[in-house]
Design a protein around this ligand. Structure first.
Ligand SMILES: O=P(O)(O)OC[C@H]1O[C@](O)(CO)[C@@H](O)[C@@H]1O
Length: 340
């Protein structure tokens, strides 16, 4: 019998298509509000997979719109009661459930502080949607597996749709609209060869750059959640500032290169680690020494990174089962994590 996680990975293409269809008017409204406000900077409010979606959108906004984006620690509002001055800013709050108290408190604080605030949530109505000036229904459908998959992908698709609408970036808009078909190709990719390569590892790094770092962060979290595998995400530049000392034959590296300006540097990093005797693999056709992982080239530098998570999800779900674990029920976790 298929796990819920596997079923939900298979649903990613249709969930993205449903989101794009259902959210058209909310995307238009949020884009219009951003054009009117012309925010000089953004803040994000999110935790876990949603925070990795926020990191992806941070790079996408900075690269596309040239506005800096900062991640807020929710304790600023929920514990410290800090009053942030966010006039002239926009806030993006992301949560599948829309109800973790600290996320809601921080989103409320951002709205009260003067930000135009956009909730990206799979649950409407929800306290998070109520706390924000705008909300978008992620339309991912019920997500029963504790490990988020389709809601993570749809959080990013929703944010990119708003970004394209706000900035009038027609290339990005076209790329977002083709995502359901790109995801359908990505669902069919097979990374199962990795299982044998990683079997002796106790720990590993997932590397990326730009939007790919957000995908690497999400992949590292999923290794921990579903497979009891210690994994950390690093920028392929940051890892050189110390952490690379741990890499070796039994401390592998998975490098997630997208077809963007960072492709050569991420691939070069994977090749140089492989040349030094480490196990390294990379999503790049031009890799010389690192093992090549298959990927879908979406034709747009930002959506290209997003498509990388789909075959990874498929791999990690199977790997978890192969270890005798249930990826739907990670140890010590519940579907809705409420923090304060
Ligand atoms: O101060 P808090 O609420 O514990 O949150 C800190 C965390 O919040 C984030 O900024 C967003 O989740 C993380 O990067 C950081 O670790």
């Amino acid at each position: 019998m298929q796990t819920n996680m596997r079923k939900e990975i298979n649903e990613i293409p249709e969930a993205a298509a449903r989101l794009l269809e259902n959210s058209a008017s909310a995307v238009t409204a949020a884009g219009k509000a951003l054009r009117e406000r012309d925010p000089q900077f953004f803040v994000t409010v999110a935790r876990g997979s949603s925070d990795h979606a926020a990191l992806f959108l941070k790079y996408a906004i900075e690269l596309t719109a040239g506005r800096p984006v900062a991640s807020l620690g929710p304790s600023l509002a929920s514990i410290y009661g800090a009053k942030l001055k966010l006039g002239g800013a926009a806030a993006i709050a992301i949560s599948q459930s829309g109800k973790s108290p600290d996320i809601v408190a921080m989103a409320e604080g951002a709205t009260k502080g003067g930000a135009i605030s956009i909730a990206l949530t799979n649950t409407l109505p929800s306290p998070l949607a109520d706390a924000c000036t705008h909300s978008l229904d992620l339309s991912a459908g019920p997500e029963l597996s504790v490990a988020a998959t389709k809601s993570y992908v749809n959080s990013i698709v929703a944010g990119l749709a708003v970004l394209a609408e706000w900035t009038g970036d027609s290339d990005l808009d076209r790329a977002v609209k083709t995502l359901p078909e790109q995801f359908a190709k990505a669902v069919a990719l097979d990374w199962s060869d990795l299982a044998g390569d990683l079997k002796d590892a106790q720990s590993l790094y997932v590397l990326g750059r730009g939007p790919g770092l957000a995908i690497a962060s999400e992949a590292a979290l999923k290794f921990k959640e579903t497979s009891g595998m210690h994994a950390e995400a690093y920028s392929s530049a940051e890892v050189l500032h110390g952490p690379v000392a741990l890499v070796g034959p039994s401390f592998p590296v998975i490098a997630l290169a997208a077809r963007d300006a960072a492709e050569a540097s991420v691939t070069g990093m994977a090749d140089s680690l492989a040349d030094r005797g480490a196990y390294a693999c990379v999503t790049a056709a031009g890799a010389k020494s690192a093992r090549k992982l298959p990927f879908v080239a979406t034709g747009h530098p930002i959506t290209d990174a997003l498509a990388l998570i789909v075959p990874f999800y498929g791999f990690v779900e199977a790997w978890s089962r192969g270890k005798g674990l249930d990826p739907d029920k990670p140890v010590n976790l519940k579907k809705v994590t409420e923090t304060r």
